[in-house]
Ligand binder design. Sequence first.
Ligand code: 13P
Length: 287
Amino acid sequence: MLVNATKMLNDALKGHYAIGHFNINNLEWTKQVLLASEEMKSPVILGVSEGAGKYMCGFKTVAAMVKAAVEDLKITVPVALHLDHGTFEGAKACIEAGFSSVMFDGSKYEINENIEKTKEIVNLAHSKGISVEAEVGAIGGEEDGVKGNGEFADPIECKNLLATGIDFLAAGIGNIHGVYPEGWPGLNFDRLALIKKEIGDTPLVLHGGTGIPADQIQKSISLGVSKINVNTECQLAFADATRKYIEAGKDKEKKGFDPRKLLAPGAEAIKEKVKEKILLFGSNNKV
Ligand code: 13P
């Protein structure tokens, strides 16, 4: 059974750790993120971008696959299935499809329109027990072909968005999706502290988790970050392990071309990466 992400994030905020949100792309990703979380006894959020949802046939397929995998793998830790950077229509579709959590990303709209649309999604989602993440200000980097300019969130806008009843908030503090560019100045903790002051006990979400140094991750958690999104790092780990397998000519030995063998090193690499992040975020043994 899937759960929404509200309780796990409120518990994380109180307990001074963060829950990992790991983006999934297919069955291998789903299975490895679930197995790693079970092994670490950590609650987990499976994130699905609209692009990845489309790639996996659609949101209904994703919801059915994740629910069945949780059951077949006998996963006992809390699992939330969450739409990542959803559009207004995408969020509605995921609420219908059986997701347990959605992000409505209205950061490209002017703040009043963002608030209005977020409120509508909150009402719809909460009537079904589904949690909602919203976003203020653009977060840098690229997500499904959309480039942000690395803006920082305005603390007052953050506070205003809370009035919609959202369960957790993504706010830019200099974080960027993908690999951080040379000369990236790091997270802006002054901005994070200002935002925290305005939003009180609402859990904060840190996007662009790939490549943020451990000390900055820990400091952000100490300042109120309770959910950290990781995508690129798992993709890179998968690609590296798969390349090594091919370059070593293993696909040409016996039945090494069998996808169950060909994809195994990459799958194992995803699992190890997720375990490493769970330890860094401190969510192990928190169920
Ligand atoms: P990375 O790809 O940088 O880890 O970011 C993931 C993310 O924030 C998904 O919303």
